[in-house]
Design a protein around this ligand. Structure first.
Ligand SMILES: Cc1cc2nc3c(=O)[nH]c(=O)nc-3n(C[C@H](O)[C@H](O)[C@H](O)COP(=O)(O)OP(=O)(O)OC[C@H]3O[C@@H](n4cnc5c(N)ncnc54)[C@H](O)[C@@H]3O)c2cc1C
Length: 392
C-alpha cells in the first residue's frame, strides 16, 4: 500500500528477513500486522548482503535448537507458508571447518563431542587425508576438519519475500518510523513519515538501525554495529560448484560457491564497532585480504586453487558491505521492552538468516501469550551469558 492504515493490531518496523518472519509468525498466531519499511523495497539492507548460509554446527545448544527449527521451515517452505511463488532454493552442500593447527584440532574434537551430546550426531571429524579425499582442492597441510553435509545455503531474498507474502500483512514501503506515542509506560502509536498508526503493539526489527529506533522510546538496547564485507566473484571456473562452505577456522576466512563463482568473507574479530547506517561504505581493499596469497587471511592457504585465480588475475570482483548487529553474548534480543507493547526482534549477531525464523516464532508466542516472558531466555534485559569464542 502507498500509505499505512490509521490503526493496526501490530506494527512491524523493518522489512528485512526479521521483520518478514515476525509478520509471518504473528499471522500464524492470529495477529495481523502492518509491516512498514523505510526503503523503497523490502529486503534491501543487511539481508541481501548476507551469505545466506545455515549450519547446525553451533557452539551453544540454544542456538543449535533455533537453527534446527529454522531449517525445518526452509526445507518445507511451500507447505508451511502456503505459497509457492518464492522458493528458498536450499542447497545442502555442507560446512567444512579446516584447521592446520594441532591446538585447534583438539578444540574441534571437544566441540564435536559436545555437539554429538546435543544430538547432532551427523557432524564428522575428518583427518587431513580424508578431507583431501573428499575435497581434493584442500591444502596438503590441513590437519583436520569438522564437517556436516546437511548444512548449506538458502536464497535470502526468496525467504524474506515468501514470508512477507505468506504473512498477509499490509506492507507499506517508503514508510519510515519516526517516533512513538507513549502514554504512561504503554505504547499508543507509531509515528511514521506517512502518518501516525495507532496501535498498542509494535516490533522493532530494524536490523543495525534498531538501537536508534528503540532510543526514541527511551530504551537503551545493548547492541553494537560492526561492518562486515562480502567479496562477490560472479564467474570463477576454478570454484567447485558443489563445494561446501569452506572455512579456514584458524583465520576466519571462508568462501562458498555462488553464482558461477563464489562469495568470500572474513570475520575479523578485531574490527571495531561503527555507527549504524543504511549506507554502509565498502572498502575495496578487503578483496586483497582474501585473495592475495601473501595475506595471513588468504583463502589460498587452505584451498590453493585460489592462488591460481590471483595469479591469472582475470576474474571480476566487487565488494559489498553490511553491518552485524551484535549483542554482548551474541544471542538475539527478542521480547518486550520497558515500554509496554513495544517489542524488539534484533541483535542476531551475524546469524539472523538462520536464527530469525525460529526467533520470530518465539516473539509471536510472546505476543499471543503462548510463551511467558519469564521463560524467554532471549529477553532483551537478560544478563549476558559467557560464550566460547567463534570464528564466524
Ligand atoms: C556480510 C554478511 C554476511 C552474513 N552472512 C550470514 C549468513 O550466512 N547466515 C546468517 O544467518 N546471517 C548472516 N548475516 C547476518 C544477517 O544478514 C542478518 O542477521 C540479518 O539479515 C538481519 O536481518 P534484519 O531484518 O534484522 O536486518 P535488515 O535486513 O537490515 O533489515 C532491517 C530493515 O529495517 C529497515 N528500517 C530501519 N529503520 C527503519 C525505520 N525507522 N522505519 C522503517 N524501516 C526501517 C531497514 O531499511 C531494513 O530494510 C550476514 C551479515 C553480513 C553483513
Amino acid at each position: 500500500m502507498d500509505t499505512p492504515p490509521r490503526t493496526a493490531e501490530l506494527v512491524v518496523i523493518g522489512g528485512g528477513i526479521v521483520g518478514a518472519a515476525t509478520a509471518f509468525y504473528a499471522a500464524r498466531a492470529g495477529i495481523r500486522s502492518v509491516l512498514i519499511e523505510a526503503r523503497p523495497a523490502l529486503c534491501t539492507l543487511t539481508t541481501p548482503v548476507s551469505t545466506g548460509a545455515f549450519r547446525l554446527q553451533f557452539s551453544t545448544e540454544e542456538e543449535l535448537r533455533l537453527v534446527e527449527e529454522s531449517v525445518a521451515l526452509f526445507r518445507n517452505f511451500a507447505e508451511v507458508t502456503g505459497q509457492d511463488e518464492y522458493d528458498p532454493a536450499i542447497r545442502s552442500q555442507g560446512y567444512l571447518w579446516l584447521t592446520r593447527s594441532p591446538g585447534r584440532a583438539a578444540e574441534q574434537r571437544d566441540l564435536v563431542e559436545r555437539q554429538h551430546g546435543w544430538g547432532v550426531t551427523d557432524i564428522e571429524l575428518l583427518d587431513g587425508d580424508e578431507v583431501r579425499r573428499r575435497f581434493p582442492y584442500v591444502a596438503a597441510d590441513v590437519l583436520q576438519a569438522r564437517f556436516r553435509a546437511g548444512d548449506g545455503f538458502i536464497d535470502t531474498r526468496a525467504v524474506t519475500m515468501g514470508l512477507a507474502t505468506a504473512s498477509g500483512a499490509t506492507v507499506v514501503t517508503g514508510c519510515r518510523a519516526e517516533g512513538f506515542d507513549i502514554a504512561g509506560d504503554r505504547l499508543r502509536a507509531v509515528r511514521t513519515s506517512l502518518g501516525t498508526i495507532e496501535t498498542e503493539r509494535a516490533v522493532i526489527a530494524c536490523g543495525p538501525l534498531s538501537g536508534g529506533v528503540a532510543g526514541w522510546a527511551g530504551i537503551d538496547l545493548p547492541i553494537q554495529t560492526v561492518r562486515r564485507h562480502k567479496l562477490v566473484m560472479p564467474d570463477v571456473p576454478q570454484v567447485p560448484a558443489g563445494a561446501p562452505m569452506t572455512i579456514d577456522e584458524d583465520s576466519g576466512a571462508h568462501w562458498r560457491p555462488a553464482l558461477r563463482g563464489a562469495w568470500l568473507l572474513f570475520t575479523d574479530p578485531t574490527t571495531p564497532p561503527s555507527e549504524p547506517t543504511d549506507t554502509v561504505p565498502a572498502d575495496p581493499g578487503f578483496a586483497f585480504e582474501l585473495l592475495d596469497p601473501a595475506s595471513p587471511t588468504a583463502v589460498a592457504r587452505t584451498a590453493p586453487f585460489w592462488a591460481g585465480v590471483w595469479e591469472r588475475n582475470a576474474a571480476h570482483w566487487m565488494v559489498q558491505a553490511g553491518q552485524y548487529t551484535m549483542t554482548p553474548d551474541h544471542w538475539p534480543l527478542i521480547g518486550e521492552t520497558g515500554v509496554g507493547g513495544l517489542y524488539v526482534n534484533t541483535g542476531y549477531s551475524g546469524h539472523g538468516i538462520m536464527l530469525s525464523p525460529a526467533g520470530s516464532r518465539r516473539l509471536a508466542d510472546l505476543l499471543s501469550g503462548g510463551l511467558a516472558p519469564a521463560d524467554n531466555i532471549f529477553r532483551p534485559d537478560r544478563e549476558p551469558r559467557p560464550r566460547p569464542p567463534e570464528a564466524l
